[in-house]
Design a protein around this ligand. Structure first.
Ligand code: FES
Length: 216
């Protein structure tokens, strides 16, 4: 699947690039595997996102998703901004190749972190914790206790995908950012390989295999 015209448009002509100096909330997120970095800053007035800016050092999809996400929440109430999902971001861009869906997760998560930071600065620590704790770590998802028969290594992505499918039966792997996927693999029963040997390509492959396995 190629990039859509909307992705190319937002990649070559990104909107709302920059930093808000007196921001009310800032969210920064990095993907340790591909090395991409994203930062969103928001200005809130009367409970609305009066301004939002982003800086992304990363792939074309990461730039396009963060650019369109800023357009989608500008002028919206905080509650409306909180409902923005990575699926909605990807849809607004006319879709993303399956291996690049995780880039839209990074954009949605960076925005959630900015909103969590806003709540933190307002003294609403409970709300801030709810956002970064549950949403980013997937604390609410059902994880099954399973036993892995054999040790898992990076050179057998099919086996890793199979274990993840059993472990997280209700989770759509395409909703995960690569860091979130990476953490789950490291915690998978039987995983016995070197974390530093992970590559972006490998994680994308496992994500797709997991998605295929879960769709069967
Ligand atoms: S966010 Fe790293 S490959 Fe897109």
């Amino acid at each position: 699947m190629k990039y859509s015209e909307q992705v190319l448009d937002h990649f070559t002509n990104p909107r709302n690039v920059g930093v808000i100096q007196d921001a009310d909330g800032v969210g920064k997120l990095g993907n340790p595997v591909c090395g991409d970095m994203m930062e969103m800053s928001i200005k809130v007035e009367d409970d609305r996102i009066a301004d939002v800016k982003f800086r992304t050092f990363g792939c074309g999809a990461a730039i396009a998703t963060s650019s369109i996400a800023t357009e989608m929440i500008k002028g919206k109430t905080i509650d409306e901004a909180l409902t923005l999902t990575n699926q909605a971001i990807a849809e607004a861009l006319g879709g993303l190749p399956p291996t690049k869906v995780h880039c839209s997760v990074l954009a949605a998560d960076a925005l959630k972190m900015a909103l969590a930071d806003y709540y933190r600065r307002q003294g609403n620590l409970k709300k801030a914790q709810e956002l970064v704790g549950d949403e980013l770590e997937g604390a609410g998802e059902a994880a099954c206790e399973i036993e892995s028969a054999a040790p898992l290594y990076w050179n057998d992505p099919e086996a890793i995908a199979e274990v993840l499918t059993q472990q997280y039966p209700t989770l759509n792997p395409l909703d995960l950012s690569l860091p979130a996927l990476f953490r789950r693999i490291l915690n998978a029963p039987g995983f016995s390989d070197d974390p530093d040997a992970a590559t972006e390509e490998l994680l994308e492959k496992i994500q797709l295999l997991w998605h295929e396995e879960a769709s069967e």
